[in-house]
Each structure stands twice: as C-alpha cells, then as structure tokens.
Design a binder for this molecule. Sequence first.
Ligand SMILES: [Zn+2]
Ligand SMILES: [Zn+2]
Length: 373
Amino acid sequence: MFRIPFERVNWITSSFLIGTALIALIGAPIYLFNFGLNWFQFGMFFFYLCATMMSITVGYHRLFSHLSFKAKKPVKLFTLIFGACAFENSCLNWSSDHRHHHKHVDHDDDPYDISKGFFWAHIGWLLFKLDPEPPMDNVADLRKDKLVMWQHKYTHWIGFVVGLVIPAALGYGYNSLVGADPMNGALGGFLIAGVTRIVIAQHLTFFINSLCHTVGRQPYSTKHSARDSAIMAILTFGEGYHNYHHEFQHDYRNGVKPWQWDPSKWTIWTLSKLGLVEGLRRVPDGKILLAEMGEARRRVEDRINEIKATPGYTQRSAEMLTQVSEKLAANYHELEKAVADRVQLSREALQTWQNETRELMRQLPRISKPTIA
Ligand SMILES: [Zn+2]
Ligand SMILES: [Zn+2]
C-alpha cells in the first residue's frame, strides 16, 4: 500500500506550496465573491504574472542556466528580483538543478526525472528531500556574478517584499486614493497579485518539467522524453517547445519556427534591439533541419521493422518504404556534408529539403498499412 515517506518530507517547502495553494483556492475566491476585482487589482495581477514568468523563462532559464545570451545589469537585476517573486528558490539553486536536469535527463541524477512519474516531476521532487541532494558543483560561473550571489543570499526577503508586501501596499494606496476601504485593497493585492499569482506562476513552471515531458511531439529527437506542444507553449510563455530545447539547449529560442508562440524569444530579441542584451546564440538552420531529417529517417525505419513483423506483410509495401528510406538517407547525407563543411545554405535550398522530407513522410501512412496478401 502507498505510504507517505514522512521522514523525507521537506516540511518548509511543502507547507509553503500547500499553504499558498489553499489560500489561492479558498481565500482568493471568497475575496472575489465579496469585493470583486477592480481594474487596478487585475492590472497588478497581470503585470506580476508576466514579470514573474518572464523572469523565470528569460532570466533564470535562458540567461542564467543556459547562457544563451549576455545581458546588461538592468535585465539581470529585473529578472533576479522578479524571479525571486516566483518563490522557486534562488537563481543559483534553480540553475544548478536545471543544469543537472539537462545533463541527466530521464535518469536518477535528474532532479525532476519524469521516469519517476508525473507527480514526482511536477511537484514531488520539491515536497520530498532529494536523495542524495544534487551537488551544486555546476554553477561556478554564476558564483562569480555579484548580482546572482546577492540574490542567492536574500532571495526569500526579495520575494516577500517585492512579491507580497508591495502588491498589498499598492492595493492599500489605490483604495485610499479612490475613497474605498484601504484594508480591502491591501488584502486584495496580497491575495490576487501576491499569493494567487505565485501559485499560478509556480504550476506553469512545474508544467515544463511534467507536461512538457509527457504531452506533444518529438520532431528533433527521441533520445529523451522532452516534447513540443503549442498548447504548452501558450501556458509557459514559450517554453513548450521542449523537445527542441533539450536538443539545442544553448539556443535563446525555444520555438524556432516563425509561427510558434515564444514570447520569451521575442522579448530577448526586442531587448537586443534596445542594446540591453547581446550575443544571442542561434543554432544554424541546416543543423536544425538535419535533426528533423534524422528523426524522419528513424520513424521510417521503425515502420519498416513494424511492417516486417506483421504476418502476411506485402513485399511491395516493404519495398516502397525502403525507397522512401533511401531517398531520406541520400538527402540526409547531402545536408550532413554541407553542415560539416560549413557551406552557407540558402533559404531556398533548406526549404526544398524540408518540403521533400514532408512529402516523403506524407506517403508513409498510405504505404505502411499492412495488407494481408
Ligand atoms: Zn526538460
Ligand atoms: Zn533548459
């Protein structure tokens, strides 16, 4: 029978996560029912949610954990302060855990290893002590950054003051100005832009570790459990293209296709135009396409093996699939050579390869239906 391992419960973190969730689920609806939500309270909630989430995705994740671009002090300071307001530990701790996650994905040393189950990857790893605690031996570079170390020292204080006290004070001030009850305003700021926003931001971040390793497609690699999903990208401010991200973790983009929803990428790009960030790292288009073509080849090989294992498979289907496989392999090797020789590939040439791969893959379901001869 399932038994909670009480000896391993992380009491402080568990009390915080469960306590804030209860306040958001019970306290906030009671407040909203009694006092409603004015535009000021809603505006604060919206600003705080975006600022917190963006600080996690742009700051904690893409800047500090992956060094996918360089940032000037104002950007670092903003993301460190509002990152602390997410109450997801200091940037130093977060980045260390996250680097372990990438290095050991789906294995024991991955702190949020999805192979231990959805609940574990989402929140279990925080409610219970990790055994053993992952060593913080992979953040020597961040330890040299004074701002990161300042935030590491005061992270809970920064989160408490900026993330909870200030929204309450602003709510108090606004209600005083418009002649309403100031304490009501303070309570609203604390409950909505404060606690409810923390709970929402946390679970949206946790989804990246749970749902983004469960739901979606794997167009770039099946060597790990990470997946691409547009719905998850909308929920996570662009982090839902997680299969791409695990394959090319140093790219400042997660959604690389023009139609993909990645507001974190757009923010970084805009900041670069304003001169606030620089050195944006991008994986060349040829290399990205090569990964997609590699996966397409693997899927065709799987189908060939599948069809050959079906009793009574037609020789013709297997032959047609082999032809598709050979064509894909020829294109793959041609592109592989061009990428290795660092040939400047035109957009048109890449598009042709991409279209041909798609066209070949479209034939797959038609060919591979096993027909009993
Ligand atoms: Zn991941
Ligand atoms: Zn990452």
